[in-house]
Design a protein. Structure first.
Length: 350
C-alpha cells in the first residue's frame, strides 16, 4: 500500500494496531529526517529507536544482529512493528531483519532518498550483502505500507539525487519514454520532478505486484544491473566510492551495446544515452578495472541459471527482453565498450 502525506490518518491506524513500534534509522536519517517526521506528526505513538551506521558497507549480518538484539532487549513480540526510515540500505536491511524476527513481524518503509522512493522501498525485496556479494542473502517480503514524503529529498546530497535519477532513466528505457525528458540529453536536469517520481513509484508497484517473486516480467527492472552490480561490488570491495544508481547508469551503456548485438537495437539509441550520461553523471575512470574480477562477480549474479550469464536487454525504447544468455566474450566486449566511452574525449570535452 502506497501512502502519501494526506493518508497519515491511515498510517496511524496501522501503527496503533501494533503492540510496540520500533523505528530503524541510520545516523544521517536520524539527523535529517526525524525532525521532519516529528514536525508533521507522522508518528503519534511512542516509539523505540534503533540507529545503525550508514552506508552499503554496513548492509551486513553484523548490523542485522544488532537490530535483532535491540528488538530482543526491548521485548518485541509478533505484533510489534518496525518502521524503516532511510534509503535503500535501511529499507533493505530493516525489511530483512523484520521478516526473520520471530518468523516475521510487520514493517513499514519510509524512504528518504530518491532511489529509495522510486525503487528500493517498493516491491518487497529485502536483504543484505554477504561475502562480498550484493544482496546475496534475503527474502521477498512485502511492507505493510510505503510512506511517500518528498520533504526528505531537501537534505539529500546531489550525488544521491543523481543515483535516483539513473533508475528513473532506466524506467524510460524499459517501460515508457515519458521518463526520458528531452532536456536530459542537452543539460543536467533537476532529478526532483514530483510527477515523474510518482509515476515511477506507480510503475514499480504495478510491476512488482504482478510478479512478487521475480519469475517473469519483474526481471526487466534489472536492466543495467548486471554490469552495474558487478562494478558496484568491485569498487566498494576496493574502498572506492560508487552509488547504486551510478553503477546502474554505467551498466546501461554495456546493456545497450549488447542490445545492439543481440536484439538489433538501433545504434542511435546508444548514442542518445551516451549523451544523456555525459550531461548528467560522473565520469568514472575504469581503465584499471580488472575485467576478470567483474566477470567472476557476474557469475554469481542471482539472475543466472545453469552457469549462463543472463542480461535484460532492449529491442527498442519500451521493449525489454529478459533472460538473454550472453556469451562471456561479449560481456567482456561490453565492458571494454563502456571503458572506451568513458575515455572518449568527444563526450567529455577534455
Ligand atoms: N530492494 C530493492 O528493490 C532495491 C532496489 C534498488 C536498490 N536497492 C538497494 O538500495 C541501496 C541503495 O539505496 P540508497 O541509494 O538510498 O542508499 P543509502 O540508503 O545508503 O543512502 C545514501 C546516503 O544518504 C543518506 N541519507 C538517506 N536519506 C537522507 C536524507 N533525507 N538526507 C540526507 N542524507 C540522507 C544515507 O544515510 C546514506 O549515507 C543499495 O543497498 C541497493 O542494493 C534495493
Amino acid at each position: 500500500m502506497i501512502l502519501y502525506k494526506n493518508d497519515i490518518a491511515k498510517l496511524n491506524e496501522i501503527i496503533t494496531s501494533h503492540t510496540k513500534v520500533f523505528v530503524l534509522l541510520d545516523e544521517n536519517t536520524e539527523k535529517f529526517c526525524l525532525q521532519i517526521i516529528n514536525s508533521i506528526d507522522l508518528l503519534k505513538s511512542n516509539t523505540i529507536k534503533i540507529v545503525i551506521p550508514s552506508g552499503e558497507q554496513n548492509k551486513n549480518i553484523e548490523t542485522v544482529q544488532y537490530i535483532w538484539s535491540r528488538l530482543v532487549e526491548n521485548h518485541a513480540d509478533r505484533k510489534s512493528l518496525l518502521i524503516n526510515i532511510g534509503g535503500g540500505m535501511v529499507t533493505d536491511i530493516g525489511g530483512f531483519a523484520a521478516s526473520c524476527y520471530q518468523r516475521g513481524i510487520d514493517f513499514i518503509n519510509v524512504p528518504t532518498t530518491l532511489l529509495g522512493l522510486i525503487d528500493a522501498a517498493v516491491g518487497g525485496k529485502t536483504g543484505i550483502d554477504f561475502q562480498g556479494l550484493k544482496n546475496q542473502i534475503g527474502v521477498f517480503s512485502q511492507p505493510l505500507a510505503v510512506v511517500i514524503l518528498f520533504e526528505f529529498l531537501e537534505t539529500l546530497h546531489k550525488r544521491e539525487l543523481l543515483s535516483g535519477l539513473a533508475e528513473i532513466i532506466k524506467y524510460g528505457f524499459i517501460v515508457d519514454k515519458v521518463f526520458l525528458e528531452a532536456r536530459l540529453q542537452n543539460s543536467p536536469v533537476n532529478p526532483v520532478n514530483p510527477v515523474l517520481i510518482k509515476k515511477a513509484i506507480e510503475v514499480k508497484d504495478e510491476i512488482t505486484c504482478q510478479d512478487t517473486t521475480e519469475h517473469g516480467r519483474r526481471k526487466i527492472l534489472n536492466f543495467g544491473h548486471t554490469v552495474g552490480h558487478a562494478l558496484e561490488t568491485y569498487l566498494l570491495d576496493n574502498h572506492q566510492e560508487i552509488r547504486h544508481g551510478e553503477g546502474v547508469a554505467l551498466g546501461i551503456v554495456s546493456a545497450l551495446y549488447l542490445s545492439e548485438k543481440y536484439c538489433n537495437l538501433s545504434h542511435d539509441i546508444t548514442l542518445y544515452y551516451k549523451d544523456i550520461y555525459s550531461k548528467n553523471f560522473n565520469r568514472f575512470d575504469l581503465t584499471k578495472i580488472p575485467v576478470d574480477d567483474l566477470m567472476e562477480i557476474m557469475r554469481h549474479d542471482k539472475k543466472n541459471e545453469g552457469g549462463d550469464i543472463r542480461f535484460v536487454l532492449i529491442e527498442d525504447i519500451g521493449k525489454p527482453v529478459y533472460d538473454v544468455v550472453v556469451k562471456p566474450e561479449d560481456v567482456v566486449d561490453s565492458i571494454t565498450y563502456l571503458i572506451d566511452y568513458l575515455n572518449d574525449a568527444d563526450y567529455w570535452g577534455k
